[in-house]
Design a protein. Structure first.
Length: 562
């Protein structure tokens, strides 16, 4: 069953009405309450489930549906704007109004689809009545594009059945050669001006993988997808009998080819690729992100990386998984992974052998090394182990070089993109090493409930990119200020670095500092900043050389030894 269709009724106090024209529909909507309110949405859902009278002409039914479309469009636009910065997963209270709204929009889409059945016998848009059917086709595709966009904004997985419906509507448009025929919208609430724009925009947004984009990056991708959508050609074939492009075709970047369930969609995006290429050249020649249409809130390096990503995903690639277009996962070695989010400062162990009456207070067995707080080597290992006490269990679904795909089923929203995580694959008592990584992809899962409705569930798919090296908990300070937390990432085999002798650990860092890095709290990096570090009880003096990655709550820094 396609996304967002009710099977079970949701009755309202207002009930349904025998609406015979657009004026009666507007008066009925006014009585339901504020445009876009939950009461209004519930009333519209109830009316659409009962169905618009089939005795009315297609033109009258189209006019009756327009006020309903306005009300739902207002609510959809509000949610798209409000949900740009929403954290995942959505709580039960947050899910209910959003999905009731999307259900109502899905029912309205089905009402438009019932108006385009006669189009199966048409060869082109000929008579004025046929124009009404084509308008209904555009309205249905436009609504479907809005629903998919809202799912992408919320980072909720779009069910494959809805991608297939999107392809069916896109193919119907192609059959009628109506991709670029502007549909009049005197109410000015349509998501798109043409059927081509409605079809291409959500697909191109999904190709750039919104689950791994920041909100600002997603806003840019969405704006550019809409800007370029009318420049993109497309063809839809059966995935069971795919059409292979001729090898001798003299085109470097004809566009992506992707499989969506039973359909293979081929795009021609050469003009788009050329435009992005010119923008990238402008950045290389000294232009600012605002001068290429990215605005002034995104950094130059991030702009360049995003442009390259858009060029790659909108260029000549083959995609079989629309949820993660640029990744292929292998079967993981482990079933479960224990992860601690945001890596807070570890709890310190108390020496309970020394009471308040013996020496006046508990002892934390701290040492001072070159002005830095340090722990004995055995306790330093214990501080890391303590982190796993409250760790979450993530079920591993896939693995790739330096990456893991996990399913997280905890309901509490404790996770965000680019957040630092400490990961231990396998059982807690296994000898597998602890690893540091960051969340680079986050998408909430959906499932069919008892009423047959597809709904988001309190679980989401997490993609973790591992940082190079095994983590060692260290003490670090700069300008006489000690950081709350810091980790040294040291190259090595799957061995327990904490069992190494102090001199051995220090010698390893000194011997190959280029392969090591240090993780500092956010904004801990400054060019040529001097650091004093205690690693395994040995004092080292470092200089920050390069910022390798800046995450949500950490800086990954390349250093050199003084």
């Amino acid at each position: 069953m396609a996304l967002l269709n009710f099977r079970s009724p949701l009755r309202t106090k207002g009930g349904s009405a025998d609406i015979r024209d657009a004026a009666a529909c507007k008066a009925w909507l006014t009585a339901l309450g504020r445009t876009g309110s939950q009461e209004s949405v519930a009333g519209i859902s109830e009316y659409l489930r009962d169905g618009v009278s089939s005795s009315l002409s297609p033109l009258v039914r189209l006019q009756i549906l327009d006020p309903l479309r306005v009300s739902l469009h207002v609510a959809l636009r509000e949610h798209i704007e409000q949900d740009e910065f929403r954290s995942l997963p959505l709580s039960t209270a947050e899910v209910s109004p959003v999905w009731n709204l999307m259900d109502a929009a899905g029912l309205l889409r089905e009402a438009y689809l019932r108006l385009i059945v006669p189009l199966s016998d048409l060869k082109s848009a000929a008579t004025s009545e046929d124009q009404h059917h084509l308008t209904a086709l555009h309205r249905a595709l436009d609504l479907h594009a809005q629903l998919m966009t809202l799912c992408l904004v919320l980072r909720v997985a779009v069910p494959l059945i809805d991608w297939e419906l999107h392809c069916q509507l896109g193919q119907r448009v192609r059959d009628l050669n109506a991709q670029d025929v502007p549909r009049p919208d005197p109410l000015h609430v349509a998501f798109s001006h043409t059927c081509r724009e409605a079809f291409v925009t959500p697909v191109f947004m999904a190709l750039v993988d919104p689950a791994s984009l920041s909100r600002l990056e997603f806003q840019i991708v969405r704006a550019f997808a809409r800007k370029y959508s009318n420049r993109v050609g497309y063809r839809i074939d059966s995935s069971a009998h795919p059409v292979v492009r001729a090898a001798a075709r003299p085109v470097n970047n004809p566009g992506p080819t992707l499989t969506l369930g039973e359909y293979q969609v081929r795009f021609d995006s050469q003009r788009v690729y050329g435009s992005l290429e010119k923008r990238l050249e402008a950045l290389d020649q000294g232009s600012l992100p605002a001068q290429i249409g990215f605005g002034d809130r995104i950094a130059l390096a991030s702009s360049r990386a995003l442009l390259q990503r858009m060029m790659q995903q909108w260029g000549a690639i083959t995609v079989t998984n629309i949820d993660a277009p640029d990744q292929v996962w292998d079967k993981p070695d482990y079933k479960d992974s224990f992860a601690l989010l945001s890596v807070p400062p570890p709890r310190e162990k108390v020496d309970k052998s020394r009471s308040m009456y013996n020496n006046g207070a508990y002892s934390y067995r701290k040492e001072r090394r070159d002005g830095l707080t340090s722990l004995h080597l055995a306790l330093q290992k214990g501080r890391i182990d303590d982190l796993l006490v409250d760790a979450e269990t993530w079920h591993m679904e896939g693995a790739a070089p330096d990456q893991y795909l996990c399913v997280r089923r905890q309901p509490t929203p404790r996770i965000s993109t680019n957040q630092l995580v400490l990961l231990k694959p396998g059982p807690k008592d296994a000898s597998s090493p602890l690893m540091l990584g960051y969340v680079y992809g986050l998408q909430q899962s959906v499932n069919e409930d008892a009423a047959g409705r597809i709904r988001p569930i309190m679980a989401h798919v997490v993609r973790v990119k591992l940082l190079r090296g095994l983590p060692v908990r260290v003490s670090a300070a700069a300008e006489e200020v000690e950081f709350d937390r810091a980790f040294m990432l040291v190259e090595g085999d799957n061995e327990d670095l904490y069992s190494s002798a102090t001199s051995e650990l220090r010698d390893r860092v000194v011997r190959d500092a280029a392969s090591c890095s240090i993780v500092l709290p956010l904004a801990g990096y400054r060019p040529q900043r001097a650091l004093r570090v205690v690693a395994g009880g040995a004092v080292m003096k470092l200089v920050c050389e390069e910022l390798l990655w800046r995450g949500l709550d950490f800086d990954l820094v390349q250093f050199s030894l003084i």
